[in-house]
Design a protein around this ligand. Structure first.
Ligand code: PMP
Length: 316
């Protein structure tokens, strides 16, 4: 789908997967004018497919487009395009319990622009790929290192939207962490260097007793759709959930820690390394809270329990 600056997106069309042509001075290549989304389709036992809250991804893209000076498809255009792409690729959706189809909507400044300015033309496209688990550990506990020097986002920056540059910003710390055997990096706020932000591609939750805390959304972390859903699921299961500043000291003193995201679903954290000290939270498997929330969320996403919240969209 294409759109000129200040215009509306045209009706899209399905195309075979392949390379796309871009002008070397396209806004996305030179000035990072790009945004993406990520969601999944699961196959049910009856063969039908389920999307999870696709209108939330549409709304997040609209919010991000505003920050990046880009036009955006409407919620209906976004969701219809996701449905059409998934149905056209139905054969690639793994059987129940064997993974999912990852859906990647991408919005970019595709028009040519030489001096720094928003691009004159935009392209919205969607591609898909079957996926299994995100971390090599599967749903076994992951091991995080807290980063003290590098930051992924600053106040007033673009950390709260899903723009491509946020991911370039984490590559260095993430590669270094992986080379040392960690699964991923946990970032701290760049002002006080003591409040938790998020992991390179997921949000973080800290459990102490019956209380679950997660960093509040304040412009420097991504408002995860899994995060929002897990907060609702946890409250419906009787947990007390707080969205607030969470310190690294609370993290190190937690009973349980877990991450949430479309790709990682709910992943238990087995250990955190901070300033050379390693704190372990049960490296065997899920903690009790993460296990309970994982179980409810994945059953909902796969259509195995009643969807009282109306979160899933069924495609046949
Ligand atoms: N934070 C970051 C930086 C991410 O890339 C993601 C994945 N989209 C998340 C959090 C989790 O968001 P969601 O639950 O919407 O996938």
């Amino acid at each position: 789908m294409k759109c000129t600056k200040g215009g509306n997106f045209s009706k899209g069309e399905l195309q075979r997967f392949g390379n796309i042509e871009l002008n070397p001075s396209a806004g996305v290549l030179n000035y990072g004018q790009g945004l993406f989304e990520g969601l999944k389709a699961y196959r049910k036992e009856d063969g039908n497919l389920l999307l999870f809250r696709p209108e939330e991804n549409a709304m997040r893209m609209i919010m991000g487009a505003e920050r990046m000076c880009m036009p955006s498809p409407t919620i209906d255009q976004f969701v219809d395009a996701v449905k059409a792409t998934v149905l056209a690729n139905k054969r690639w959706v793994p059987p129940p319990g064997k993974g999912s189809l990852y859906i990647r909507p991408l919005l970019m400044g595709s028009g040519a622009v030489l001096g720094l300015a928003p691009a004159p033309e935009y392209t919205f496209l969607i591609y898909v790929s079957p996926v299994g688990n995100y971390f090599k550990e599967g749903v076994a506990p992951i091991h995080l290192i807290v980063e003290n020097e590098l930051h992924r986002a600053t106040p007033g920056g673009t950390g709260g939207v899903k723009t491509i540059g946020n991911y370039a910003a984490v590559l260095k710390a993430q590669s270094a962490a992986k080379a040392r055997g960690f699964s991923d990096v946990l970032y701290l706020d760049c002002v006080h260097k003591k409040y938790l932000e998020e992991v390179s591609s997921c949000n973080i939750f800290v459990v102490k007793g019956n209380s679950i805390s997660t960093p509040a959304i304040k412009g420097t972390i991504l408002p995860g759709i899994t995060r929002k859903s897990i907060i609702d699921v946890a409250r419906s299961q009787g947990f007390q959930v707080e969205e607030r500043p969470v310190t690294v000291d609370e993290l190190l003193d937690a009973d349980e820690v877990f991450c949430t995201g479309t790709a990682v679903v709910v992943s238990p954290v087995g250990s955190i390394t901070y300033k050379g000290k390693r704190v372990s939270y049960g490296e065997e498997g899920f903690g009790a809270v993460a296990q309970q929330l994982y179980s409810v969320l994945t059953k909902l996403q796969m259509g195995l329990i009643e969807d009282k919240m109306n979160w899933t969209v069924e495609l046949s």
